[in-house]
Design a protein around this ligand. Structure first.
Ligand code: SF4
Length: 323
């Protein structure tokens, strides 16, 4: 693989960039720190943008006659209109981005775990949960872009899926920038195994587009291909799909490996199937053979190195497995 272009991500500003939380705090996050030299961040604090200062009385979401409202219980101020206007102007003027990392549980930035209170009675406790105002707008306007909270990204599997998506979309943006049908064919060829693991149906559709039998113009092709690509990457690959890709890859070497090497690899695949080891273990074994046998076609497959190695973190919260 050639180098990894930097994905562009929108991130909640309080996640390590400014002490802008309602109580004047900043949130430190190891993964965001690690990511910072590999991506380009666009930071945003929706509450600061609508003129709420720091420190400020907290705001929350409550039920209302015409729908949910964003209010500041201590002052009785309703900032629903200002927040919706900010979301529209900010999200409509965004440059192309590959994803979002938003602060969990915030009534503004949260993506789905935010408490909703009954109108005017916060002491009564939450009656429901849902997305925050900004986080909800992001998900509504960009349903196929990777959008996660810093909390969910503590889960190994969710983090892995997020990294694969943002770096694949950044490589696609680079291919679009080259602007030729040949650059699309090259992108598709390098991502075949990755797409095979993610979504076989979309892989076929993407293959047909890359073959371009109708001789469509590059710009038109890129647009349709991009839609299918984002769809293909929207769900994480199943264990069995990753195993099938690795077994398929084994076929490239099987006549050059000893019986013991093969059985060591198949044993690693079995332990991966049983959720005892991460995917990186059998992938690393395969990578060592790709280097040893100088297997150029596999060396170029994004499946084996989908994001910069420096981003691999094995820590896992054990939570947030539901996608
Ligand atoms: S959660 Fe969002 S609105 Fe709240 S401080 Fe962080 S960036 Fe600002």
């Amino acid at each position: 693989m050639s180098g990894n272009p930097k994905p562009v991500l929108v991130i909640s500003r309080c996640l390590g960039f400014a002490a802008c939380r309602w109580n004047g705090e900043i949130v430190r996050d190891d993964f965001v720190d690690l990511l910072s030299s590999h991506v380009r961040f666009i930071t945003v604090c929706p509450e600061m943008e609508i003129g709420l200062g720091v420190p400020r009385d907290p705001i929350h979401i409550e039920t209302g006659k015409g729908g949910l409202r964003l209010v500041q219980p201590a002052t009785g101020r309703d900032v629903t209109g200002e927040m919706l206007a900010f979301c529209a102007s900010f999200l409509e003027s965004l440059p192309q981005v590959e994803g979002f990392i938003l602060k969990a549980r915030s009534p503004s930035c949260g993506i789905g775990d935010v408490k909703i209170f009954p109108s005017g009675r916060s002491e009564a406790g939450a009656v429901d949960k849902g997305p925050g105002f900004f986080g909800g707008e992001v998900k509504r306007r960009f349903p196929l872009l990777p959008t996660e909270s810093e909390g969910r990204l503590k889960n190994f599997r969710l983090r892995e899926h997020f990294l694969v998506r943002i770096f694949t979309l950044a490589r696609f943006r680079e291919a679009v920038g080259r602007g030729t049908v040949a650059s699309l064919v090259d992108f598709h060829s390098r991502h075949k195994f990755l797409l095979m693991s993610y979504n076989q149906t979309e892989l076929k559709a993407l293959g047909r587009l890359a073959a371009n039998p109708e001789r469509k113009r590059a710009a038109e092709l890129f647009e349709v291909y991009g839609e299918h690509l984002r769809k293909a990457l929207s769900r994480p690959p199943r264990y069995v799909s990753n195993i099938n890709v690795l077994l398929h890859s084994l076929g490239y070497f099987s006549d050059r490996l000893t019986a013991r090497e093969k059985s060591y690899f198949l044993d690693a695949l079995q332990r991966y199937r049983e959720r005892k080891i991460p995917l990186s273990v059998p992938v690393d074994i395969m990578n060592s053979w790709i280097i040893r046998f100088e297997e150029k076609y596999l060396a170029e497959q994004a499946f084996f190195r989908p994001y910069p190695e420096g981003l691999a973190m094995i820590s896992d919260s054990g939570k947030g497995r539901d996608l």
